[in-house]
Design a protein around this ligand. Sequence first.
Ligand code: ADP
Ligand code: MG
Length: 703
Amino acid sequence: MPEPRSGPRTAELSVPQKAMHKLGLIRDIDLALHLPHRYEDETRITPIRNARDGESVQIEGTVVASEIQMRPRRQLVVRLDDGTGECELRFFSFYPSHQKTLAVGQRIRARGDVKGGFWGRQMLHPVFRKAEGELPAALTPVYPTVAQLPQAYLRRAVASALRRVDLTETLGEALDRPPVALRGGKGFEPLWSLRDALFFLHHPTPDVALVTLEDHTHPAWQRLKAEELLAQQISQLEAKRERARLRSPELKPTPDSSALHEQLLAVLPFDLTAAQRRVCAEIFGDLARSIPMHRLLQGDVGSGKTVVAAMAAAVCMDAGWQCALMAPTEILAEQHFAKLIGWIEPLLASRGRRVAWLAGGQKKKERTQMLAMIESGEAALVVGTHAVIQEQVRFRNLALAVIDEQHRFGVAQRLALRQKLKDRGLEPHMLMMSATPIPRTLAMSYFADLDVSTIDELPPGRTPIVTKVISDSRKDQVIERIAAQVAEGRQVYWVCPLIEESEALDLSNATATHLDLSEALPGVTVGLLHSRMPSAEKKAVMQQFKEGSMGVLVSTTVIEVGVDVPNASLMVIEHAERFGLSQLHQLRGRVGRGAAASACVLLYSTGESGRLAETARERLKAMAETNDGFEIARRDLDIRGPGELLGARQSGDSLLRFADLALDSDLLDWARSVAPKMLDQYPMLAKQHVARWLGSKSDFLKA
Ligand code: ADP
Ligand code: MG
């Protein structure tokens, strides 16, 4: 929630005022930008004779009867006559004040859905008031609100904010070459100013095509979306320029074959792919500069991001600095970096330096040792979980932080990392890695401040994974298939969504599945892994699976990312309909890591309804149709929208309220092109614009 920016202290506020604060409606501009989600038409009166069954209308007439009937239940029944016909108004809940307003002889305006026709018209619980004054000239706004904030109160607050608010034009020359959408499509109409757009959207004239307000294509909406996108682009560009003023150590690779990264290449059991070499070069380029790197390395599951991180770490450590590697959970940190450590540790040892490990569940003595190694600088590489950013951890000279699965870390944690790692007035370089690729439009908007490197090719020798979507009524066949795989010496993952029986959710329970599979597969070692197991036990299970002595591993989603067992060739996901698309893709990526043909079985259950929800069906279809993480991310964006894709944690707040990245790419292009000009030529206007739109949210954009 944004901090109160002005006005009285919260303690002195009334209930509706508090509710407004909670909704972030604090400044006049916040209220002015709080737009109706629909409208009611009170500008017209329909003669009762013309009101048709099912129509929503406003009528006006005199009350000719008003009485309380007791059958079939207590209700107030009022008859309204306007000279053209009569209409009955019925209320099942009402107060004495209602009866007073609706007394015989009163002139009333009522609005609601008409039932019945010529033989008797009726409205159930219509909105009504005394027929006084002229009809409004504009549609009546209906605002998004909460229970403690009545619509009428909010309407008054917005109207008075609109009268006061400063809507000085901030775009100026940015509008010299306006995007097509702003011109109302025809190209010759005058552009809408912010003031006109806002006044119109709060109180549109009744002749407007309502659909253009609903789908936000009306030029007044386009103006708001353009403003919003521009604010976002300016603030990101500003963040980028601020970062460019900071200093980082220049980490240049040693040019000869004694260099750590050269030695690393020599011990790797494979050659880097062309894509890996390209992104390494991009990262090395950043590291050699004195401004902090802020780069996202994206690449599909299994594309080999870890070894790229190792190369970057090698350059950093060779230059005499420390490097930190972080993953979101202990098991991931371990799985993820086990190979990397295996390669690097011996090379470091010959230089008298070491790898330190930090995680939550560590013994005190071990932890103290690690902390000492980190502080003295003996540890060149520090690997772990969030524990790496805790207060007691003091680096001697940290120069590079690598964050794996960065989307699982929150904005606040990334900010904390930057704060914490400030050392000698220098900023560390940051490399973030993600297997969930960011679609282009998102990269251009939310992540405009981030440089992106992409690994767009998988290591050679992988066979594509075949994905099958199967009803759980055919589980038996799946189990036969498992038996066949294990008989060939292959290994199998079986993923369940929950670890304990929950009556409410009726999810398969990993423990029960473990028993079932053990029974159904005599002679096969079936292991169990779930998040509530002690970490030593988890380690032991993973170890057994890695060594190949365990044929089937039943697990909750703890294996979601990072586990690397090339001999595993079949992934079964139970209740696949309950998983998100990117999660399914991540899980599928656990197989297909070796040369053997691999498969993924998505077992779905339709439950009692016998049908799958539409979005679940789309997700499973997408999985069956493509193995391409980028395509998956695009479809995910279509199915869920960017807010969810980013997760509230990451976006800080829903930063784009009005613009829709999928539909407004022309406005986004325009905003991208004018943002630098605004910052360079009209810095004051740019600042005013960002403050108007983002207020205190702009901090989130800088993480
Ligand atoms: P991810 O990008 O999902 O983090 P990893 O870094 O875990 O992928 O790599 C997946 C697997 O591919 C690992 O076993 C890794 O050792 C292997 N690998 C990485 N690069 C190559 C390559 N160029 N050739 C062959 N295997 C590779
Ligand atoms: Mg990885």
